[in-house]
Design a protein around this ligand. Structure first.
Ligand code: F6P
Length: 486
């Protein structure tokens, strides 16, 4: 955290994201605060806490006309305020067009190879432009009088924002971090507004992705589509006399030896028995998966891998239970509502096929869980399954590793995640290969304890060294140095 502050060298930090870190619900005079299910929020929050910056995000939760005026600027975290949260309130039509429409029915399937057809509507595009402008207005207001502001824009909701900010505040140092993959140029060209998106992004001084492959796809797309000079040696682009660097910064989580907050005599076995008791099941071995119920996450393939494993290794029938924590997400979008039903019915089908007595193969906990609750499941599980069909990074993989202060537990990890490039000691699988993924479950449960410990120790070392502060310090450090070079 100290390192991040020193990179900022006295400059003020402004972060922009669509999702806000705390959802405040006012009922009369009572406020309840919840934390949304978002890898981005988990990752960014410790940085804001360390740097006392300003976070601009979409206001959510209950907000009638009266509360909006009073609550568009708050000090958070609510229990121990450390930074400013500036909230931009969107109308239902703006949210529908910009967030559900352009960002999540257009860009999300466009950038993930998960075989859902992107939908691009001209009306959504209008709202996407208008909402990017509204965030630009809020940022410019927040940055008033700042001599050397550093702006970190988050994600695909704001491709147009870098240029809007640079046009209005040319001395701001602006980076955008794209949390999802970038596809190849042919795929990207499906988007009718690809030129505008690229031009908006190239307003930034620095464009970050999780992995080099996504940087390369982005540079190839620019090369193909725009009048711009792509410098493949330095991974940068020159357009209208302005250079943008395009570099990988693999995002991460916080891992300290005492981050589990557990007493030394804490027993992971006792926790497992407690969870089994609470769920009212009979099981000896537990697996866990934690996702938003999103069609990119490979949840159905994962259930089918559990089925294949139980078929091929019948001695685990009655013994192995897979717990899927699935947070509801983007449910206004028909494809998400449909996917939610598919996940439920696949779990029911497999349970009906195998269940006996108090044992069943799949427990689907279909609600949002707090970080604290999720960490209990991580600690109780012999194996964690991350089987995304495509994922920028996937922080569940790193959170599982961070939670295993006992050096136990096996991670099964899709090769199509950014995390697979770093966590080489996971069992790397192709989630489309159902039998192969099922075999990985058997391998995990039968792995020798010394191998489990060796693998987990190496993964913990990696996450500890390349933690979320390292990510922020690298990104901010690079951004500040870029300016000096010019
Ligand atoms: O992975 C991309 C991402 O935008 C994350 O950055 C974020 O945590 C997640 O999707 C959640 O999505 P939403 O904010 O739409 O619920």
């Amino acid at each position: 955290a100290e390192h991040v502050r020193s990179k900022l060298d006295g400059s003020s930090l402004f972060v922009v994201s669509n999702r806000e870190p705390y959802v405040h619900n006012w009922q009369g005079n009572t406020i309840t605060v919840t934390v949304p299910a978002s890898g981005l929020v988990t990752a960014i929050e410790p940085i804001l806490c360390a740097c006392n910056g300003t976070w601009v995000a979409q206001g959510s939760g209950s907000a009638d006309a009266e509360t909006v005026d009073n609550h568009d600027r708050l000090q958070v975290p609510p229990d121990d305020p450390k930074y400013t949260l500036r909230r931009v309130w969107l109308s239902a039509a703006e949210e529908e067009g910009y967030y559900y429409g352009f960002a999540n029915e257009g860009l999300w399937p466009l950038c993930h190879m998960a075989h859902t057809r992107p939908t691009f509507r001209a009306s959504d595009w209008e709202f996407y432009n208008a909402v990017n402008e509204r965030f630009a207005d809020a940022l410019v207001e927040e940055m008033a009088g700042e001599r050397d502001p550093v702006v970190l824009i988050q994600d695909y909701h704001f491709a147009l924002l870098p240029r809007m900010i640079k046009d209005r505040i040319p001395h701001a140092r602006v980076a955008i971090f794209w949390h999802i993959p970038w596809p190849n140029p042919e795929s990207f060209s499906i988007c009718p507004w690809q030129r505008e998106l690229l031009d908006g992004l190239l307003g930034a001084d620095l464009i970050g992705f999780h992995v080099q492959a996504h940087c390369n796809n982005f540079l190839s797309t620019v090369d193909r589509v725009l009048e711009a000079r792509v410098d493949w040696e330095h991974f940068s682009v020159k357009r209208n006399d302005h250079w943008s660097s395009v570099l990988p910064f693999p995002i991460s989580v916080e891992l300290t030896e005492d981050s589990s907050g557990l007493p030394l005599d804490h027993s992971f076995e006792e926790e497992r028995s407690a969870i089994i008791g609470e769920l009212g099941i009979d099981a000896t071995f537990l697996g866990v998966g934690v996702d938003r119920v999103d069609y990119t996450k490979g949840i159905i393939e994962r259930f089918q891998a559990v089925e294949s494993f139980l078929e091929r290794h019948p001695r685990y029938q009655g013994k192995f239970t897979f717990i899927q924590i699935g947070a509801p997400t983007r449910s206004n979008i028909p494809r998400y509502a449909e996917f939610q039903r598919e996940v439920e019915s696949e779990a029911t089908r497999i349970n009906d096929r195998f269940k006996r007595g108090k044992w069943r193969p799949i427990v689907f906990l279909n609600r949002q869980h707090s970080h604290k609750e999720v960490r209990r499941y991580y600690r109780a599980a012999h194996v964690c399954m991350v089987t995304s069909l495509h994922d920028g990074m996937n922080l569940v993989a790193k959170e599982y590793v961070a939670a295993r202060s006992d050096d136990r537990g096996v991670l099964i990890l899709s090769r199509f995640t950014g995390a697979a490039r770093e966590l080489r000691d996971a069992l790397i699988v192709n989630p489309y290969d159902i039998q192969g993924t099922g075999q990985a479950i058997a391998r995990a449960l039968e792995m020798d304890v010394t191998e489990i410990v060796d693998r987990m120790r190496r993964m913990r070392k990696m996450v500890k060294e390349h933690n979320i502060y390292w990510w922020a310090a690298s990104l901010i450090g690079e951004l500040c140095e870029l300016r000096l070079k010019r």
